[in-house]
Design a protein around this ligand. Structure first.
Ligand SMILES: [Zn+2]
Length: 511
């Protein structure tokens, strides 16, 4: 440029200088223009590739979108000035109440979210409900077992059971009161993780997390309570605008007060009957499917038997049983590779929904993802490590395998503190099939899936990503569910009706 100016000074004709100056400015403008055009084109491509990027919104939806984006921007603005002011980066164990004050969260609560596809049955009911409704019952007893885990169950009378010296909760309450300890608080500490776990190691958090299931297992195996428990689980989802769910569970040996213990058939029939009762009371609730989940530390012959048993029950309840999964800390148990022969052998009879890649390891436990994909699983639970494996990402996309994204679980169970750094942002950026799930909501005091939707929406999408993203999450939850094609068509019809009503309700409140 300096050279050009020098040349201009030396030009004898002033008119020519002006012309040259104009020509050069135009050239610079064109260059800038080209640069900006190129920049815009790249952004446009990125936006189009993002989940919901190609979705065309109706005029009504555009208005609601404008409102939502205003709310989102208002909440994000503080975090641009102060990195630590970002609410979803605060651990959920202390952030829950603040999240509930968020206008974006309140908006998301109202969104018809369709389905929740990854919820563990035993961690699906809020602890406050259990304390209030179960722990004051006459025949509920507690004891510390040989592992020093506090267990609950229903008994006719107090008794000694191995190392367990069962004592009624009435007695426990009195005793603790004498020591100025509130029994409800004590019980809550046995049913949930509290903020003291925020700074503990992943191993410690998982050890406590596993105990939560042991505490409650016998209590909710009591047949009458099991029914109430399942009903409440569905209610918590339904109240969060979820109309269908897939529950991971295991055959619980239901029992009654006379000491009768029932077999797996009774477990299924009680579970299905409770779902039917709930549907009768809530006609917009579409149903439940069951994903049988066993501990990943089993030996091969135990697995073989479990698979045979499941195939038998699938033949009895083909519409109810969705498939099979393993549970437990992935780094702790055996890998999918250890079971590939047994699993391949039943792949034509059962669908798989494996937890896989729920780990920070690279080239080790995360390779469960490779086996999950090779075994043609229908969805991957967590898939936290998937973004590290481009080849697997391509394979999973080609096979249309969705990832069940559970960001709060990943945070509380110490995989990822700040969800802005969650690897699933990579998947969302490429419109990879994602469904948002709540995993074990009662363990961290959540109900429904809205908290997880909120965290993903605020942390893993752009400031200008709005309603289309939320709509995609809901549509994906139907598309990637274990429902049959006929059930999906019905679910879509019901959801569209709910969605239109939701849009009208928001617009009415805006006017
Ligand atoms: Zn899970």
């Amino acid at each position: 440029m300096l050279v050009h100016q020098k040349q201009l000074k030396e030009t004898s004709c002033p008119q020519l200088s002006v012309l040259l100056l104009m020509f050069l400015s135009t050239l610079v403008m064109c260059e800038t223009d080209n640069y900006l055009k190129q920049r815009d084109a790249i952004l446009k491509r990125e936006q189009e590739e993002f989940i919901g990027g190609n979705m065309v919104l109706t005029q009504k939806e555009e208005k609601v979108n404008g409102y939502l984006l205003e709310l989102k921007k208002n909440e994000l603005v503080e975090s641009y000035k102060n990195f630590s002011a970002f609410l979803p980066a605060k651990n959920f164990l202390i952030a829950k109440e603040d999240i509930e004050l968020s206008k974006v969260f309140q908006f998301i609560k109202k969104v018809p979210k369709a389905a929740s596809l990854h919820t563990h049955m035993l961690a699906g009911v809020n602890a406050d409900y259990i304390i209030e409704n179960f722990s004051y019952m006459e025949n509920v007893y507690g004891c510390y077992n040989e592992m020093q885990v506090f267990k609950l169950r229903v008994l006719k009378d107090a008794k000694q059971d191995g190392n367990c010296s069962w004592k009624s909760l009435k007695t426990y309450r009195k005793e603790l009161q004498q020591n100025n300890t509130n029994f409800d608080d004590f019980l809550k500490s046995k049913l949930t993780l509290d903020e003291t776990f925020i700074n503990q190691s992943r191993e410690n958090v998982w050890a406590k997390f596993k105990n939560l299931f042991s505490t409650i297992y016998d209590l909710v195996s009591y047949k009458p309570l099991f029914q109430k428990f399942v009903y409440q689980l569905l209610k918590e989802l339904y109240d969060d605008n979820v109309f269908y769910t897939e529950l991971r569970g295991t055959f619980m040996p239901l029992y009654d007060l006379n000491g009768t213990t029932y077999d797996a058939k009774v477990f299924f029939e009680t579970l299905m009957a409770t779902v039917e009762d709930f549907k009768k009371d809530h006609p917009n609730f579409l149903g439940v499917k069951y994903i049988h989940s066993i501990y990943r530390g089993v030996d091969n012959s135990t697995l073989k038997n479990a698979l045979e048993e499941l195939i038998y029950f699938k033949s009895l309840y083909p519409d109810f049983i969705a498939g099979f999964d393993f549970v437990g800390l992935e780094e702790d148990g055996r890998n999918l590779l250890d079971f590939h022969e047994e699993l391949s052998g039943v792949a034509k009879d059962l669908k798989f929904f494996f937890h896989a890649g729920e780990t920070n390891q690279f080239g080790k436990t995360d390779l469960n993802l490779l086996d999950a994909i090779l075994l043609n699983c229908s969805r991957v639970g967590h898939g936290f490590a998937l973004a590290k494996h481009p080849e697997l990402m391509v394979m999973a996309r080609n096979r249309d395998i969705a990832v069940e994204l559970c960001p709060i679980s990943n945070q509380v169970l110490k995989l990822n503190q700040d969800p802005r750094n969650h690897p699933a942002a990579v998947l969302l950026s490429k419109n990879y099939p994602i469904v948002i799930c709540n995993d074990d909501p009662s363990a961290w005091g959540a109900t429904g899936v809205s908290y997880d939707w909120y965290v993903v929406f605020m942390s893993m999408t752009w400031e200008n990503h709005g309603l289309a993203v939320l709509k995609s999450f809901a549509l994906n939850s139907i598309r990637y569910s274990g429902m049959s094609e006929r059930e999906k068509i019905n679910a879509l019809t019901v959801w569209e009706r709910q969605w239109d009503q939701f849009i009208d309700d928001i617009l009415e409140n805006l006017s």
